[in-house]
Design a protein around this ligand. Structure first.
Ligand code: 13P
Length: 287
């Protein structure tokens, strides 16, 4: 089922209060959507967010990917939200809200503080008209959303806890993405979350926190985040790698018969397995 904004926010709040997290999985095409949905269906009720766009729209087109994700969610027995990730564009946000997205992320992290507040406030205003919930970002992660660039966390603009409190109060957001040493994509650099900073942000901000760049993060670091207010965890590179590795290993046997279906199926199944592993890491942890 496709969660409404109200149901999606309730799921996020429940996770926040109980110390677990909803996964936000990035989807680019039919097979990645199918893999994410299969993992959600195997999870016995764990709510899952399909992050359809913004950057995947460049590959798939906005309308086709929106429709694909919303339709897949609506026709599944799993509890699925459809979420717009990292959007800087209010028109794009409005189009996704009008189509029925459960939630949107407005990304003003590249802007000066006051302008980030202004952009985020407007996104919140528009989302309220559609009953959707809003994630925003303060601080900025190193790395690229679609390609692993061996990002170094020293290039991160860390989130300031005091500013985060002010930002949440000024904008009325429902969730805040933070930069606490996390990076987008896989990296050979050591990644360690600044858990003391995360705890200070958690104390200053009255809404759930979001951890982007969770691919490759050690489980202990991830669980440290879940006990400090993180209730949504974004994963992309792990699914991309699983997809590509499966397709690469299937390719030699698929080529002689031009058997594209076996290739796409292998990619889809690998995404499902990778997403299932992530969901298991995010389920409620014993105290
Ligand atoms: P990773 O690719 O590092 O998992 O990051 C995903 C993400 O944060 C999407 O917004």
């Amino acid at each position: 089922m496709l969660l409404t904004g109200t149901e999606g926010l309730k799921s996020l709040t429940e996770a926040y209060q109980a110390g677990y997290a909803l996964p936000g999985f990035v989807a680019y095409n039919l097979e990645t959507v199918q893999g994410i949905v299969a993992a959600a269906e195997a999870s016995e009720g764990h709510p899952v967010l399909i992050q359809a766009g913004s950057s995947p729209f460049k590959h798939a087109g906005r309308e086709p990917l929106m429709r694909l994700a919303l339709d897949a969610a609506a026709h599944s027995p799993a509890r699925l939200g459809v979420h717009l990730d990292h959007s800087r564009d209010l028109d794009e946000i409005t189009a996704c809200l009008a189509a029925g997205y459960t939630s949107v992320m407005v990304d003003g992290s590249h802007l000066p503080f006051a302008e980030n507040i202004e952009l985020t406030r407007e996104a919140v205003r528009r989302a309220r008209d559609h009953g959707a919930w809003v994630e925003a970002e303060l601080g900025a992660l190193a790395g690229d959303e679609d390609v692993s660039t061996n990002a170094d966390a020293t290039a991160t603009a860390m989130t300031d806890p005091a500013q985060a409190g002010e930002f949440a109060a000024e904008t009325g957001i429902d969730a805040l993405a933070v930069a606490v040493g996390n990076v987008h994509g896989f990296t050979a650099h050591d990644v360690h979350l600044d858990l003391a900073r995360l705890a200070a942000i958690h104390a200053a901000v009255p809404v759930p926190l979001v951890l982007h760049g969770a691919s490759g993060l050690p489980t202990a670091e991830l669980h440290g985040a879940l006990t400090r207010g993180v209730a949504k965890v974004n994963v992309n590179a792990e699914l991309r790698r699983a997809y590509l590795q499966a397709v690469a290993s299937q390719l030699p046997s698929a080529l002689p018969g031009s058997d594209a279906v076996s290739l796409w199926s292998a990619g889809r199944d690998a995404v499902a397995q990778a997403a299932t592993r992530v969901i298991a890491q995010l389920t409620p942890q014993p105290a």
